[in-house]
Design a protein around this ligand. Structure first.
Ligand code: FMN
Length: 358
């Protein structure tokens, strides 16, 4: 049995994650119109489960039909969807891997085309073409997408309830971890950032007001999930753009999340406005410093994501206390067995069925 730092278990509440190399949530745009997982999802996530990651974070799942980014998003807003998700959680958990699911409201990035159709997020789908009305903190569009409507009080309350209900469905589906998407320019991030939130009521203006919706959601999700299961928040460390969120804002937000009983911050950045400068720069381990800062400031466990493709380095980062885990994205799209291949000496980590190949 390997004892390298990245392969050591991490316990959060009653959830023991067998190692610290985790699959980052990555939308597949492969759901049916009913938002249920398809055979694609079972094969895709099944292969990465066999590939030895400690936790699979199933891609962004909409918390309601109007909260989808595209018509092919996964959903977790009703019991039929939860039942369909059981196929995934059953397979993942049977191998000892932890099953997590990301919960998302798309906000002003909703109702767009699939990324490989037309111009992707450049292309809104109109209501007349089976799209749907989007809502944001303010009636300000993301790039060329159709402008959202400013969310009213009733809509804000509905968002909180939708996240809580989706959390109950995620529990029914057998997930052990839920992750609240509060980054990458989707609804909760849009409320957090002054670049997209121009409100003058109690949900806009001061940092405390801009945090209000995300904190209400975090409190509601935590309360809706059994105490033995873990809640993560995907948090933006910086908007990278003048006038946007900074690491100070992230630290203040993280401290409030800690007080609400959130278990782990999954640290990323950027993408709240359509501007090349608002994308994370190309740099290995681009969010590692931010993760360490947030770990120190909040006392919470952290994961870092972005441009990590060397598990020996990841192990050193974990051993030196920069991060508790790494989320791996694109390397796992290129190679489902990335986590196994990076440690070829550890034959026992491979499934018995494959060991004659080693
Ligand atoms: C195809 C694709 C889909 C993605 N979908 C999501 C998503 O559903 N939720 C999310 O938080 N991030 C999403 N991301 C971002 C990844 O989770 C990750 O943060 C990013 O790819 C950087 O990590 P990497 O350098 O290891 O790929 C997606 C990325 C890709 C490439």
């Amino acid at each position: 049995m390997s004892t390298t730092p990245e392969m050591s278990p991490l316990r959060l509440r009653e959830v023991t994650i067998p190692n610290r190399v985790w699959m980052s949530p990555m939308a597949q745009y492969a759901a049916g119109p009913d938002g249920k997982p398809t055979d694609w999802h079972l094969v895709h996530y099944g292969a990465r489960t066999i590939g030895g990651v400690g936790l699979i974070m199933i891609e962004a799942n909409a918390v309601g039909p109007l909260h989808r980014t595209t018509s092919a998003d996964l959903g977790i807003w009703n019991a039929e969807q939860a039942a369909a998700h059981r196929r995934l959680t059953t397979f993942i958990r049977a191998r000892g891997t932890v099953a997590g699911i990301q919960l998302q409201a798309a906000g002003r990035k909703g109702s767009h085309q699939l990324p490989w159709v037309g111009a992707g997020q450049n292309g809104s789908v109109d209501v007349a073409d089976d799209g749907w009305q989007t809502f944001g903190p303010s009636a300000v569009p993301f790039g060329d997408l159709t402008a959202p409507r400013e969310a009213g009080r009733a809509h804000i309350d509905e968002v909180v309830e939708a996240f809580a209900h989706a959390t109950r469905m995620a529990h029914l589906a057998g997930y052990q971890v839920v992750e609240i998407q509060a980054a990458h320019g989707y609804l909760l991030h849009e409320f957090l950032s002054p670049l997209s939130n121009h409100r003058t009521d109690e949900y806009g203006g001061s940092r405390q007001n801009r945090m209000r919706l995300a904190l209400r959601v975090a409190g509601a999700v935590r309360a809706a999930f059994p105490p033995e299961k873990a809640v993560f928040v995907r948090i933006t460390a910086t908007d990278w753009v003048e006038g946007g969120l900074t690491i100070d804002d992230a630290m203040a937000f993280g401290k409030e999340l800690a007080a609400l009983g959130i278990d782990l911050l999954d640290v990323t950045s950027g993408l709240v406005v359509r501007d090349q400068a608002a994308r994370p720069p190309t740099r290995a381990g681009v969010h590692v410093d931010f993760a360490a800062t947030l770990k120190d400031a909040t006392g919470l466990a952290v994961a870092t994501v972005g441009q990590i493709d060397n598990l020996t380095v990841a192990g050193e980062l974990i051993a030196d206390g920069w991060t508790d885990a790494v989320m791996i994205g694109r390397p796992l799209l290129r190679d489902p067995y990335f986590a196994l291949r990076e440690r070829p000496a550890d034959k026992a980590a491979w499934p018995h069925q494959y060991q004659r190949a080693l």
